[in-house]
Design a protein around this ligand. Structure first.
Ligand SMILES: Cc1cc2nc3c(=O)[nH]c(=O)nc-3n(C[C@H](O)[C@H](O)[C@H](O)COP(=O)(O)OP(=O)(O)OC[C@H]3O[C@@H](n4cnc5c(N)ncnc54)[C@H](O)[C@@H]3O)c2cc1C
Length: 471
């Protein structure tokens, strides 16, 4: 379904996380020789659950994996939030504002990881585990190939090294062109709980806020379970293993009485895992033959729940950019241009929004009423809020429509018209919306979309927001 590579390359992918596994699968499908290098002896997911957006699900659909994953997760229709003890809704964002059948998928990291890992194992990918990457050398694109240094030895030469080793990429500090790399002042405790005996809706990501000091969330992840999260300043996050559990449970119950049956399940400190976030911006994700994708390139706070989705889209776009016959530096430059609008938008939005919900600020919680609550009342701003949540924004006034390459995740309410029905070219051609994200709306490598079905969805998604074109 995806275009095959005109010039198959030797590619190393570092890190078997969301972005690395998806990239390895796409690149192997395109005909590249892929080596996947992972630090752990047995690759494994870290953390409890996450929310996959229509954008991320559309990428899984391109690998034929979304339908396998859906039964293991919870279809989320709405993000809802209120202040502790407050009656006024502060956040109410519904996917239905875009299309009635659209949803996010709350899913355990284990389910997502296993789906991707099984797919990678079924492909001709050379997997090297127990090999924490420590460095990369010979990255000059005019040289004869780059090498990956690991604790288990040196591997290479590779035409391209894709660093998908996540937020703490060791290569970013060594060879990355870093503009910003700083920790967020707040992190969170995350764990899985059973929703049995609770009154939480199975399709709502529900949140409560005590000023901005505490943010508590319940995200259903399928199988009657939910990811429970509790935000905490990073300065005190390290104290969690010694915290008074009874006092913590009492605080949780006092702030949000409905969590009583969930709080009762946290009987050991190990039931919740601390997570810290970083704000990472690269001037360019390219360092010669090395490319940073996913969190290694643009780690952010999960306030908007987009990191995994961005990593999945990175993987898809990289594979598309490498499929042409252009020299590697040009293909990588195209990738960087195509991805920068969306990455920057979500990093900016997360950076801007996070202090309203996770900080010690006194004024910001009040400003949530005009800036967050009010827009939830009006259809035009509901529509924009739903686009932000769905992971399809590529700039202030632009977006993509995943329906262009994965019909089930189309933003428009009307039914998808298959390209063959309209005499238009095949589905692969509609990837132009992705490739043109920052290129002014026009694909420059032959993925011209003559189906008229780029991000604008044939003009039926409400218009005025830039369609699938540039910023
Ligand atoms: C608490 C929390 C909640 C989140 N919620 C959401 C959400 O709801 N929705 C969402 O979209 N995103 C969410 N995110 C963000 C999301 O988890 C990340 O953006 C996503 O996992 C990034 O994928 P990645 O492939 O870039 O990195 P990762 O998934 O972190 O994978 C990195 C891989 O590299 C390996 N590795 C690390 N170092 C090395 C090394 N030196 N050598 C070799 N391998 C190495 C790791 O073992 C791992 O397998 C959340 C993040 C956190 C912390």
């Amino acid at each position: 379904m995806l275009p095959a590579a005109a010039t198959p390359q030797e590619i190393a992918v570092l890190g078997a996380g969301m972005g690395g596994l998806a990239a390895a699968c796409f690149l192997a499908d395109a005909g590249h020789a892929v080596t996947l290098i992972e630090a752990f002896e047995a690759p494994r997911p870290l953390g409890s659950g996450l929310l996959l957006q229509p954008s991320g699900l559309s990428v899984l659909a391109c690998l034929g994996l979304d339908t396998a994953l859906l039964p293991h997760g919870a279809r989320i229709s709405r993000l809802y939030g209120r202040a502790v003890g407050g009656k006024i809704t502060l956040l109410d964002v519904r996917y239905a504002a875009l299309a009635p059948r659209l949803f996010g998928l709350g899913v355990t990291r284990t389910a997502l990881f296993e789906t991707l890992y099984t797919a990678a194992q079924a492909r001709p990918i050379r997997l090297i585990t127990g090999a924490p990457v420590t460095g990369a050398t010979d990255l000059d694109p005019d040289g004869s190939g780059g090498f990956v240094e690991t604790a288990a030895g040196r591997f290479g030469p590779f035409d391209l090294i894709v660093d998908a080793s996540g937020a703490n990429s060791p290569l970013r500090a060594q060879v990355g062109n870093v503009r910003r790399d700083r920790p967020y002042p707040f992190g969170a405790l995350w764990g899985l709980v059973n929703l049995k005996d609770s009154r939480f809706a199975p399709d709502v990501l529900d949140q409560r806020y005590q000023a901005a000091r505490h943010m508590i969330g319940v995200l259903p992840v399928g199988g009657n379970r939910a990811a429970l999260f509790w935000s905490e300043p990073t300065a005190t996050l390290g104290d969690w293993p010694h915290a008074d559990l009874t006092a913590w449970r009492d605080t949780l119950r006092r702030l949000w009485p409905e969590t009583e049956p969930l709080a009762a399940q946290i009987t050991e400190h190990g039931h919740l895992t601390p997570a810290r976030y970083r704000d990472v911006v690269l001037k360019t994700p390219i360092a010669g033959r090395l490319l940073f994708i996913g969190d290694a390139a643009h780690c952010t706070s999960p306030q908007l729940g987009q990191g995994a989705n961005l990593a999945l889209l990175d993987a898809l776009v990289l594979s598309l950019c490498l499929s042409g016959a252009r020299p590697l530096p040009e293909a990588l430059a195209h990738y960087a241009r195509a991805r920068q609008g969306q990455q920057r938008f979500y990093q900016w939005a997360s950076r801007w929004l996070t202090p309203f919900f996770q900080s010690n600020a006194r004024l910001l919680p009040w400003l949530r009423y005009p800036f967050c609550a009010l827009p939830c009342w009006f259809p035009p701003t509901q529509w924009i809020g739903a686009q932000v949540l769905a992971g399809v924004k590529t700039g202030m006034f632009s977006r993509i429509d995943p329906g262009a390459w994965a019909p089930a995740y189309r933003l428009a309410p009307r039914a998808y018209r298959r390209p063959q029905d309209s005499g238009a070219p095949g589905l692969a051609l509609s990837f132009s919306a992705l490739l043109a994200m920052e290129a002014g709306g026009e694909s420059s490598d032959g993925f011209a979309d003559s189906s008229g079905d780029t991000g604008g969805s044939g003009g039926d998604t409400g218009g005025g927001d830039g369609g699938g074109g540039g910023d």
